[in-house]
Design a protein around this ligand. Sequence first.
Ligand SMILES: Nc1nc2c(c(=O)[nH]1)N[C@H]1C(S)=C(S)[C@@H](COP(=O)(O)O)O[C@H]1N2
Ligand SMILES: [Mo]
Length: 318
Amino acid sequence: MSDLDLPAIPPSQITPEAHALSRRRWMQQAALGAAALGLGSRVRAEDSLAGAALPAQRNTDLSVDATLTTTHDATTYNNYYEFGTGKSDPSEEAGAMQLRPWQIQVEGEVAKPGTFDIDDLLALAPMEERIYRLRCVEAWSMVIPWSGYSLSHLLRAVGPTSQAKYVVFTTDMQPKNMPGLSAPILDWPYTEGLRIDEAMHPLTMLVFGMYGKVLPAQNGAPLRVIIPWKYGFKSAKSLVRIRLQAEQPVSSWMRAASNEYGFYANVNPAVPHPRWSQATERQIGGGLFAPRVPTLAFNGYAEQVASLYQGMDLRKNF
Ligand SMILES: Nc1nc2c(c(=O)[nH]1)N[C@H]1C(S)=C(S)[C@@H](COP(=O)(O)O)O[C@H]1N2
Ligand SMILES: [Mo]
């Protein structure tokens, strides 16, 4: 698997040397390697390489105490419809994605709209590792250690105006590299949204890595959002735009089937999907005969987030 926009540096040069070398020396060596290959000096190989180390401080307060899904399962059983609808399509196809240069536009109802380079975002706030549960609307689940920081750091940096009631996330489109875009499954680009208080909640995370390493392309490199109390489809991958606005957006999945996928999409065992129950889930990696486990309200994060929805009918606002 290689998700580089430059010729791969031999794996032997990446690990364990990457750990042994100081960050500075590693960057110098990477820059030299890139120069030797005739590449632009702006490319920081360490940050574009899936599999390169991404140091982060474990945040135990915001982590669950649960058995991790294996790296193999979390990086080969994926939903990323831009690469196809099969679970192994993303890991097989996403290596073609161009991950550098990469910029994210932050726009709309903000005091300081702007375009951020991925390398600047990597340094905007201290990298934290948080172990979160991930619950897909398809009724399977994983436990993944993500690396990143609360999205609120970025939102505060741009200063939401009083009109900023919602946040819209947009995934990149690379028609040459994303075979799924030619299928009219969704109204591309993939868009998702949150209410501003959901987006500002400390659990909502801007993610750059997983399992201590740079995010693999199939998991949403170079950056994605993770909202652990909502069904996985809310957590849009490979972001190029974050827009703050007054109106509630219509997400790609709402547009595709508004009776099946709502705006809130909070994990809720009491509200079945029209075609299946959400009361239980299959833990990926548990094996063929592992019993299904009960799904928890708000995916187990009720204590932290239930108050956001006080007074709302969660059957109507599903
Ligand atoms: N752009 C984009 N983002 C996406 C998807 C997608 O198809 N395209 N799938 C979503 C769904 S349904 C899930 S469950 C999670 C899966 O994330 P993972 O592959 O990292 O586990 O990504 C979400 N983000
Ligand atoms: Mo999902």
